[in-house]
Design a protein around this ligand. Structure first.
Ligand code: ADP
Ligand code: MG
Length: 703
């Protein structure tokens, strides 16, 4: 899995001095490290200046990790059962601090003797007026200074590792041993050409400096080299697979634009397309007539009119004698698409049907044969569409709405529906930042609708502290009096589900009390699908004016008359989710409002999120900020699309530029030598095979 020489990957760390079978076992189980190579590629997660030793007197209330030098005066074991802990008094010539351990009481006492001088490393805290350091690292001075001064790496360790005495310092010591044992520089993993063109330091220099930086500048160069390498091979892999797929699978050629499209455009189109919609439809048309199978991601902020673009694409498929499918993540949304589209295409002679999990057996029995013999042109539905029982006579285009709700396996199933895979158009309102799209989808083509239909007023977003909510009701009532509708959304997170449900129900009762003259709906995830749909439909039809709900309403529901979105406990929502929720209003021509209610006490991060929401309506800006605040591992869409590889050093939120360089070089190399068969690319080919990225991630089937 790691990229170094075979001999290093064959050397087991168990046989290193100071490791042994027990620690080796813990390393294997906890962080999947068994070879020397694995260990060398276990990089520090941060760096600390270890050149300074503090006096106890100097400790103040707000210090990160620090070092002290002194002796343990005495130990004391206190408490019973699971509350049992070990404390010690540790002192230097200026004072004392308390040390505390909650585990390994016996072995700690055996390992660290009172009276011996130690360098202590830990994070001081104040407790009952005393300075307290929990689970400190202790080291005798001679061992400590053995090659370990200046800026030092800190390694992530787990609880079980710490219990086996594999704390950060121990990990560092194992790495030192390996580096000292090596007789030759680490063999290069990138070709000389690339090292030269990207101005990289050698692998040997990079690995040594990432663990033991000779200087801040050397550390930066090491980081650049290793990040570059990681992203370069990722790109090389993605681009190679994409090229291969294009060669192997052709695509249906949709050459005609015929009656369905033209008549719809002339007679049924309810409004002029925006320029962005026109451009995107052109891109899709060109793609579907290229002879290649289309894999296009259609990004457009909520309300930008993706449905219409989908429909126009579908009409092209039908004009060419093919069927189309439109797949939505929820029944509510599938229903809504079915109704919108049936209405839009009325009179054109297009057979549209709805198939979802709650379709009756009788209905299903009528639909399935008609899909199979081609009588049905367009099938709209949920996952039910991709069950094996659904057989098309000629499926030419699949449109997937709100893509982040679909997993890899579900999309991969589509490929089995034909011998030639259908064109795929994936629509999402959750913009994917460029760096992520490049990494995860490779050459997936992206179309962007970057313009809202005319006459829309941007939603006004206002932050209000919950304690001041009374002022809010007055303005809400005014909106209701004008005939508008209102959403009130509550968080519902699994761990606290019961509590949240109580809040939601209480919110429902409160809404009824405060607005007795209006009718209130309630929808949440614990309700049966049919019940939920019925309640939702009441709101859609305007029979109820206030919708109290959890985030089940997040995706895609279209009630243009709703003009107020109140989000309770907004601090508990992520940025992407807040933006998505806000997109439920502002769909008509009237001024809409999004109210974020929070407590007074907010973390730095939450304040930033709320501020971004009140400052901008731009989904792309929000997506970029979201990535920065959360880190890429956390992104909704990528997690759920099953991307399995971990970036060990590159960070997509900050390394976009390195990614671009790596990608350009990778593309240049593949354009010249697609199979990497030329002698100068032999090393790259070997390394790529060794990394085996395809196996790690199943994404290439769907990208
Ligand atoms: P989304 O991109 O969020 O799926 P929709 O397709 O649901 O957006 O469109 C949002 C609303 O905008 C719908 O009510 C739709 O009828 C309307 N709409 C779409 N395109 C246009 C347009 N070109 N001009 C005016 N209204 C439009
Ligand atoms: Mg939509």
């Amino acid at each position: 899995m790691n990229n170094c020489c075979p001999s290093l990957s064959a050397q087991n760390i168990m046989y290193l001095p100071g490791v042994g079978p027990r620690k080796a076992d813990v390393l294997q189980k906890e962080i999947h490290i068994s070879s020397w190579e694995d260990m060398l590629y276990y990089f520090p997660y941060k760096y600390i200046d270890r050149s300074r030793i503090f006096k106890i007197r100097e400790i103040d209330g707000n210090m990160p990790y620090i070092q002290l030098k002194g002796k343990i005066r005495h130990y004391e074991a206190v408490g019973e059962g699971h509350k049992r802990r070990l404390t010690a008094v540790f002192g230097d010539d200026t004072g004392t601090v308390d040390l505390v351990w909650f585990q390994n009481i016996k072995s700690i006492q055996n390992a660290y003797k009172p009276g011996t001088e130690y360098i202590l490393f830990g994070k001081p805290a104040f407790f009952n007026g005393r300075i307290n350091i929990a689970h400190p690292e202790l080291e005798t001075e001679d061992r400590f200074f053995n090659g370990a001064v200046g800026v030092q790496g800190q390694y992530n360790t787990t609880e079980k590792m710490k219990n086996a005495f594999l704390h950060s310092r121990a990990v560092q010591r194992i790495i030192t041993t390996i580096l000292e044992t090596l007789k030759e520089p680490l063999p290069e993993t990138l070709s000389g050409e690339i090292v030269k063109r990207a101005a990289l330091v050698s692998l040997d220099e990079a690995i040594r400096n990432i663990h033991f930086p000779a200087s801040p500048a050397a550390l930066r160069k090491a980081q650049f080299r290793l990040k570059f390498e990681e992203l370069f091979y990722l790109q090389l892999n993605i681009l190679q697979v994409t090229k291969y797929r294009e060669k192997r699978f052709g695509g249906f050629r949709f050459a005609v634009v015929g009656d369905f499209f033209n008549r719809f455009y002339r007679e049924n189109l309810p409004f002029e397309l925006t320029d962005a919609q026109k451009r995107v439809v052109k891109e899709i048309r060109r793609d579907m007539n290229s002879g290649r199978q289309m894999n296009r991601l259609l990004q457009g902020d909520v309300g930008s009119g993706k449905t219409l673009v989908a429909l126009l694409s579908i009409l092209i498929a039908l004009d060419n004698g093919f069927q189309a499918a439109l797949m939505a993540p929820t029944e509510i949304l599938a229903n809504q698409h079915f109704e919108t589209i049936s209405h839009l295409v009325a009179g054109l002679g297009i057979e549209v049907r709805l198939l979802t999990g709650s379709s009756r057996k009788k209905e299903r029995n009528a639909i399935l044969p008609a899909v199979q013999n081609g009588d049905i042109h367009l099938l709209i539905g949920t996952h039910a569409l991709i069950e094996d029982t659904v057989v098309f006579s000629g499926l030419g285009l699949v449109v997937v709405d709100e893509q982040h709700r679909f997993g890899v396996a579900q999309r991969a199933k589509l490929w089995d529906k034909n011998t030639v895979p259908p064109h795929v158009l994936v629509m999402t309102a959750t913009p994917i930042p460029r760096t992520l799209a490049m990494t995860f989808y490779g050459d997936l083509d992206v179309s962007v609708i970057d313009e809202l239909p005319p006459g829309r007023k941007p939603v006004k977003t206002i932050h209000i502290y919950s304690a001041k909510r009374n002022n809010l009701y007055h303005s809400v009532r005014r909106q209701l009096q004008e005939g508008r509708q209102v959403y009130i959304v509550y968080p519902l997170i699994e761990e606290s589900e019961t509590m949240d449900l109580k809040n939601l129900t209480a919110g429902f009762e409160t809404a009824k009390e405060i607005f007795p003259e209006y009718r209130v709906s309630m929808v949440h995830g614990r309700m049966k699908a049919a019940e939920k749909d019925a309640e939702m439909q009441k709101f859609v039809a305007g029979e109820t004016q206030i919708m109290v709900a959890t985030t089940v309403i997040e995706v895609g529901v279209n009630v243009p008359n709703a003009s107020v979105m109140i989000i309770e406990n907004a601090e508990r929502f992520g940025l992407a989710q807040l933006h998505q929720l806000r997109g439920r209003v502002g769909r008509g021509a009237d001024q809409s409002f999004c109210i974020l209610l929070t407590n007074y006490e907010l973390s730095e991060n939450t304040r930033r999120r709320i501020a971004i929401m009140t400052e901008t309506n731009d989904g792309f800006v929000i997506a970029e900020e979201d990535l920065k605040l959360r880190g890429p591992g956390d992104i909704d869409g990528t997690q759920q699309s099953g991307i399995a590889f971990n970036l060990r050093i590159a960070d997509l939120a900050h390394d976009g530029q390195i990614l671009t360089i790596a990608r350009d070089l990778a593309r240049e190399i593949l354009d010249d030598d697609p199979a990497l068969q030329k002698p100068e690319n032999e090393l790259l080919n070997r390394q790529l095979k060794k990394l085996n990225l395809q196996k790690q991630a199943g994404w290439f089937m769907i990208s």
